[in-house]
Design a protein around this ligand. Structure first.
Ligand SMILES: *Cc1c(COP(=O)(O)O)cnc(C)c1O
Length: 405
C-alpha cells in the first residue's frame, strides 16, 4: 500500500478549504509561545494580551505547568467519571477552599459550566414548587453572554448570538445591569434564580457594582432564589482576587468557572454551595470527559503557580499603575476613547468607533487584543506579564492612537 501523499499546503489554504467559516479571522498563523509572547509562522513576535480570551492565565508554556501536564500525560490521561482519580479530588478540594463549603462538578468548557447552573436552577425550582416545569424563571442581565449552548444562548439576549436558532429555551427574563429595581420587578412566584456575570466580558467589560451584587444577594435570600454567578471570564485570578465577587464581599449559591482554570488546557467547573449541592443526585447530570486526570493536573498546576509566585498579589499591585497609564488616554485622545474600565488584568477600552481597525493596527505593531461588544477593546495580559510588558503595551497603544489622531 502506498503511503498517503503529503501535499504541502499553506495553513491559510487548509483553513479556507476545510475549516467551518464561523469565524472571520485575521491572516495570522501562530506557531509558538513563551510567557506573554507568541510568534507567527514568519517569525514575527507579538505581545499576547488576548491570553487566548482570558485562558492562558500563566502565559504560554509556563515550565511548571508544562512539566505537570507532561508528567501526567505519561501516567494516566483519562478514566471517565466511572472511577475516582486523585487529581479530581484534589482540585475540587482547592476550589472548595477558595469558594467556601460546597461541592464541585467538572466539565470541559464555560458553556457546559453555565448549562449545569441552568439545570441547577430547574432542580431548585422543582424543590421549591414541588411541580416540574412550573418554577423555571431565571433572571439574567441585558447585554449578558453565557455561551453558545441552548441554555446559555437563551440567557444571552443578543440578536447576533440567537439569530437563526430559535425557538430558544423558555423561562429567561432580563433586567438592567446595576439596576436592582429592574431585577426585583421581574421576580414572581415562578422565579428560581438570578444569573449574572460578575463582570460582563463579551458585552464590553461591564462590572456589577458591589452594591448591586449585595442587593441581588438580598433579593435571592428574601425570595428563596439561587444567586448564580458566571465567572467563566472574570474568575480564577483575572481581577486580582480568585473570584471577582470577592471584591463585593458576598457569596453566591453557585459559580461557573472555566477559561483561566486550566491555563490553556480545556476544563470547566461549577461550585455549588453546600445547602444546594445535593440537588444533583446520582444520574441527574454527567459528562464523559469532565475532570480528567490530565485536565485536573493542568488546573492544579495553575493553582500551584498562583501560590508559589504570589500571582494574585502581583496582579493587584501591577494592575493599578497599568490601568492608570491606560486611563490617561481618555484625556489625550478623548475623540477616540470614551472610557477605560475593569479590574486587575480584565480591562476594556471603550472607543468612540468600531474597534476592528484599532485591533488590526495594534496587531501590526505587535500587540494582540480582543474586541468586545459596545466598541470595546479587551486587554487580557497573562497574569504573569512583567511590568516591562505592561509598559510596552501602553507604548503600543500610544503609537496607534497617535497615528489615528
Ligand atoms: C467564554 C464565556 C462562556 C462560554 O465559554 P466556552 O468555554 O466558550 O463555552 C460563558 N460565559 C462567559 C461569561 C464567557 O466569557
Amino acid at each position: 500500500m502506498n503511503p498517503p501523499s503529503i501535499i504541502r499546503t499553506s495553513t491559510a489554504e487548509l483553513y479556507d478549504a476545510n475549516v467551518l467559516k464561523n469565524y472571520a479571522r485575521p491572516a495570522l498563523t501562530l506557531v509558538r509561545g513563551a510567557g506573554a509572547q507568541v510568534w507567527d509562522d514568519a517569525g514575527n513576535r507579538y505581545l499576547d494580551f488576548t491570553s487566548g480570551i482570558a485562558v492562558s492565565s500563566l502565559g504560554h508554556c509556563h515550565p511548571h505547568w508544562v512539566a505537570a501536564i507532561s508528567r501526567q500525560a505519561g501516567e494516566l490521561i483519562h478514566v471517565s467519571n466511572l472511577f475516582r482519580h486523585p487529581n479530581q479530588g484534589e482540585l475540587a478540594r482547592r476550589i472548595v477552599q477558595r469558594a467556601g463549603p460546597g461541592r464541585v462538578f467538572f466539565c470541559n468548557s464555560g458553556g457546559e459550566a453555565d448549562e449545569a447552573l441552568i439545570k441547577l436552577s430547574r432542580l431548585h425550582g422543582l424543590a421549591k414548587s414541588g411541580v416540574e416545569g412550573k418554577c423555571i424563571k431565571v433572571i439574567c442581565a441585558k447585554n449578558a453572554f453565557h455561551g453558545r449552548m441552548f441554555g446559555g444562548m437563551s440567557a444571552t439576549p443578543q440578536e447576533k448570538i440567537q439569530k437563526g436558532f430559535r425557538p430558544l429555551v423558555a423561562g429567561f427574563a432580563f433586567g438592567e445591569l446595576n439596576n436592582l429595581q429592574s431585577f426585583a420587578d421581574l421576580i414572581d412566584a415562578d422565579t428560581a434564580a438570578i444569573f449574572v456575570e460578575t463582570i460582563q466580558g463579551e458585552g464590553g467589560i461591564n462590572p456589577c457594582t458591589p452594591e448591586f451584587l449585595r442587593g441581588l444577594r438580598q433579593l435571592c435570600d428574601q425570595h428563596n432564589l439561587l444567586l448564580l454567578l458566571d465567572e467563566v471570564q472574570c474568575g480564577v485570578g483575572r481581577t486580582g482576587k480568585f473570584y471577582a465577587f470577592e471584591h463585593a464581599g458576598i457569596l453566591p449559591d453557585a459559580i461557573a468557572m472555566a477559561k483561566g482554570l486550566g491555563g490553556g488546557f480545556p476544563i470547566g467547573a461549577i461550585w455549588i454551595r453546600d445547602r444546594f449541592a445535593d440537588l444533583f443526585t446520582p444520574g441527574s447530570h454527567g459528562t464523559t470527559f469532565g475532570g480528567t486526570p490530565l485536565a485536573c493536573a493542568a488546573g492544579l498546576a495553575v493553582l500551584d503557580v498562583f501560590e508559589r509566585e504570589n500571582i494574585l498579589e502581583t496582579v493587584r499591585a501591577r494592575s493599578g499603575p497599568w490601568i492608570e497609564a491606560l486611563s490617561k488616554f481618555i484625556a489625550e485622545f478623548s475623540n477616540q476613547v470614551v472610557a477605560v474600565r475593569g479590574k486587575g488584568y480584565l480591562v476594556g477600552i471603550q472607543l468612540t468607533s468600531d474597534p476592528a481597525p484599532y485591533v488590526a493596527a495594534l496587531r501590526e505593531h505587535g500587540l494582540l487584543v480582543v474586541s468586545a461588544g459596545g466598541n470595546v477593546i479587551r486587554v487580557f495580559p497573562p497574569l504573569v506579564a512583567t511590568t516591562e510588558e505592561l509598559a510596552q503595551s501602553v507604548g503600543i497603544f500610544r503609537t496607534v492612537f497617535s497615528a489615528k489622531a
